[in-house]
Every structure is written in C-alpha cells, then in structure tokens.
Design a protein around this ligand. Structure first.
Ligand SMILES: O=P(O)(O)OC[C@H]1O[C@H](OP(=O)(O)OP(=O)(O)O)[C@H](O)[C@@H]1O
Ligand code: HPA
Length: 186
C-alpha cells in the first residue's frame, strides 16, 4: 500500500464517529456470554469463529464461557475488503467434527445476513443437532436475506452505516480499532 493510501486509512479513523466505546462493547459481550452460557452450558457445543471478522469477538467471548466446549474456525468472505457484499466465497469450510452436536457460529456482524444463513444451512446439512448464531452487531435496515432475520445472541444494534472496529474492517484495516466506529459519510 502506498503512503497516499495509508494516509487515507489514517484519515478514515480520525474522522470516524464513535458509536460504542470499548467499555460499552465489553458490557455487551458480558451479556452475550451470560445468555450463551444459560442456553448452552450443558450442551457440549462446537464453537466456530467466522474468520476474519469474527476473530476479536470470538476471542473475547470464549474466555467468558466457563463450560466445556470445543473451539474452531471456518473462513467465508462476501465483502473481500470492500464495502459492499458479493456472493459468499468459502475459503475454509468447518474442519472440526460436529455431526450430532450443537454448533455455535460466532461472527462480528449480521448485516444483510447472507453469510450467516449460508453458514448455518451448511452446518445443518452436515448434521449439526442444532445451530445457533452469536453476533456482536446487528445492523438495522430492511435488506435482510430473510425478513426478520436475527441471531440467537446479539450484542448491540446499530444504525445503517458502514462500521469498523472489534474485528470489522474498512478496506482490510482497523479490525483492531478499540470501539465501534462509523465511517464518515457512509
Ligand atoms: O450479513 P452479511 O451482509 O452477509 O455480512 C456479514 C459478513 O461480512 C463480513 O465478512 P467479510 O465478507 O467482509 O469478510 P471478513 O470477515 O474477512 O471481513 C462480516 O465479518 C460477516 O461475516
Ligand atoms: O458495516 C460493515 N463493516 C465492516 N464489515 C462489514 N461486513 C458487512 N457489513 C459490514
């Protein structure tokens, strides 16, 4: 990346609107962990992180889930470091065995929801006994893949803007941003 483009990346961060601070996100993750524990602590689930965006929320959730589970990952992408979605590309399907067991899919954001619907359908077809989804962010708009689509566990709802931080990227950058930020003008 040239210096000019890196300057744009820095400017995006400086001009962004902070929607939720890291303290607010922390609290939301605590609530998610409580709800997940109440539902799944006796179920021996397999927890799949959806790479790349699910990296931060999965890590932060896992240390709050104090019960037996197996943690693994899958890699599917739809936005490919741009700000609009395309068809889902599977880079790594779920590799850990889960037939006959409940599966929890953890991702950063449910935007239009095509990603989660496709991943959850795949896990059902491959024999999961139940499939749950946990997302840090649910974006409010009427473009969901299915009307009324919701994850079983949701951290925070946001307005219809392009956001980054806590695993979510702007052109591949700022997954490491310590809060939920909205890009100026998007
Ligand atoms: O609800 P949807 O409209 O389908 O979008 C949500 C998906 O988009 C992002 O992934 P992306 O394809 O950008 O890949 P990434 O995880 O590598 O950022 C995000 O991490 C979700 O997986
Ligand atoms: O608003 C978003 N930000 C980052 N990644 C995303 N993937 C879907 N929607 C978004």
């Amino acid at each position: 990346m040239t210096q000019v483009e890196l300057d744009e990346i820095k400017q995006i961060y400086q001009e962004a609107d902070l929607l939720f601070s890291s303290e607010q996100v922390d609290q939301a993750i605590n609530h998610m962990a409580e709800a997940i524990s109440a539902s799944l602590s006796e179920q021996n689930p397999v927890v799949f992180c959806v790479m790349n965006g699910g990296l931060v929320i999965t890590g932060q959730l896992l240390t709050r889930l104090n019960f037996p589970l197996e943690a693994s990952y899958l890699h599917a992408t739809r936005y490919r470091n741009t700000t609009s979605g395309h068809s889902l590309e599977w880079k790594v399907p779920p590799m850990s065995a889960f037939r006959g067991r409940p599966v929890l899919i953890v991702d950063d954001i449910l935007d239009e929801g095509h990603t989660l619907v496709e991943i959850m359908d795949h896990c059902r077809r491959e024999g999961a006994s139940a499939v749950y989804a946990a997302v840090l962010i649910d974006k409010r708009h009427d473009r969901k893949a299915q009307p009324g689509l919701k994850a079983e566990f949701t951290g925070l709802e946001i307005e219809d803007r392009y956001i980054f931080g806590y695993g979510m990227d702007y052109k591949g950058y700022w997954r490491n941003a310590p809060g939920i930020f909205a890009v100026k003008g998007l």
